[in-house]
Design a protein around this ligand. Structure first.
Ligand code: IDP
Ligand code: MG
Length: 151
């Protein structure tokens, strides 16, 4: 089992798409380990997007992610990091494949609705950045073997 960070970005909440997108994640077989609604401050945004510091879109990205509340969460499942990235589709909503979240709901490079960790290293860094260990909830979920057996 693997864990990945998900952020429902401000456009996702403003467009009332959180439920539709979380539904796709749950239907796929990912389960919620943590979830919280927060307003991101500039320092947190800069830490999360540190790898993009200096890029032309950086300032706009920080302004966007701090502009309105987000929902940040942790999802768990077989190959959760790659599974979520595949559900999201390409970064740019203009070219993201239909059937993916960005392909179906986004037509922007920046306002692409959802963040997902891009590697095990990123997931570990991002989980530690956004959540205290006690916020990650362990529990059993009915029927899990029907979803995840045989991985
Ligand atoms: P990712 O979210 O698919 O991993 P990254 O390249 O890590 O994409 O970029 C982080 C975020 O920065 C993107 O999700 C998007 O919101 C924004 N972004 C990336 N490239 C551009 C761009 O060229 N113009 C505007 N915003 C961008
Ligand atoms: Mg990225």
């Amino acid at each position: 089992m693997q864990r990945t960070l998900i952020i429902f970005k401000p456009d996702c909440l403003q467009r009332r798409l959180v439920g539709s997108i979380l539904q796709r994640c749950e239907a796929k077989g990912l389960r919620i380990v943590a979830l919280k609604l927060i307003r991101v401050d500039r320092a947190m945004a800069e830490r999360h997007y540190a790898e993009h510091q200096g890029k032309p879109f950086f300032e706009g990205l920080i302004a966007f992610i701090t502009s309105a509340p987000v929902i940040v969460g942790v999802l768990e499942g077989n190959e959760a990091i790659a599974v979520l990235r595949n559900l999201l589709g390409a970064t740019n909503g203009v070219v993201a494949a239909p059937g993916t979240i960005r392909g179906d709901f986004s037509i922007s490079k920046q306002n692409n609705l959802v963040h997902g960790s891009d590697s095990p290293e990123s997931a570990a860094r991002e989980l530690a950045l956004w959540f205290r260990p006690e916020e990650l909830v362990d529990y059993t979920i009915a029927g899990e073997e029907w979803v995840s057996a045989g991985s």
